[in-house]
Design a protein around this ligand. Sequence first.
Ligand SMILES: *Cc1c(COP(=O)(O)O)cnc(C)c1O
Length: 403
Amino acid sequence: MNAKDLPTSALMNITSRPNLVFMEGSGSWLVDNHGKRYLDFVQGWAVNALGHSPKIITEALATQSVKLITPSPAFYNEPMLRLSNGLVMKSCFQQVFFTNSGAEANEGAIKLARKWGQKNKGGAYEIITTVGGFHGRTIATMSASGKPGWDVMFAPQVPGFPKAEFNNLASVEALITDKTVALMLEPVQGEGGVNCATPEFMTGLRALADKHKLLLICDEVQTGMGRLGTLFGYQHFGVEPDIMTLGKGIGGGVPLGALLAKSHACVFEHGDQGGTYNGNPLMCAVGAAVLAEISKPEFLAHVRAMGQHLSESLTALSAELGLGLERGIGLLRALDLKQEIGAKVVELARDAIDIGSGAGLLLNSPRPALLRFMPALNLSKAEIDQMIVGTRMAIVAARKHLT
Ligand SMILES: *Cc1c(COP(=O)(O)O)cnc(C)c1O
């Protein structure tokens, strides 16, 4: 196939994309339509937990696709049962509802909380979320998100999402009224710039939820599935939510999400929730294979060791180049560049620098002065070292462009 013969104008223009087409990938590496290789520290936006096209996933897809692709969500299928039992066994939750994306899992969490409020709290429906939080791109999850500008983008918003300040317990408590049904947050704000909840904030939220009879909802679409070095982010903090959502890593690259809840919060009745592809065997077979791999103690130990190495390497780079602090947990990390050169660093790392044999480097800059690192969880120490070399070159080159 020659990607050059295919015009891009047939696609809705929803974002600015670089002028290249990715053709194949393997592990931490991608190859474009010119045959150029890239070391990938974006990984489909923290999605490819096992890297590009890992055998574990291609085999699960191949095996399941010749057996059964979908019997309808109104019937049980074997992978759906396997994955739900696996998730329940390895978490603090008792039941699961599968979705096709993270936003859809969060929509489900919002519906579940509102239903719980109808049954248990006299119709309370407000869910306190956080400034800088990100919960997806449906109308309700955009309303729940605390991204600047999103409150008016597709106005009117869905009501019922007062925003508290992240890591400010008093600002959460000040918003609690008899209309409040839940508190919802990411243990580490991903899109917001890798802002980590403090342990006191997480335990404080749990205590507030208990005191006021509220549900605590953790959006673990980005932090779940090993990203923080524990299978789920809440385990890092030792705080159990009532409801958790998963996405991204659980499918390892295929569209899959999940809504999990403790028994007392599982209040859906027949007809409340569903969806054509929800719990389809093809995606659930992948999810089960990914879960089996990621939940191995040695796999999670590797994530923690690589997270430590990445943290130390970024700290050393920062000291050498006079940058700001690095931060994060496990393999979700960020580096403060102190100058608004993030977009330029990303562009130069991809297009201009050579990290060896002509290869480029894929980085992400969620804010003008910030780089975010979300590599495959099974990457090697050598790949981290190679990324650091490339990032150093790109930062030095971007600073030259400034002057
Ligand atoms: C990516 C993300 C979502 C949205 O997931 P989609 O699969 O894109 O709908 C929701 N919450 C968090 C924390 C995310 O990082």
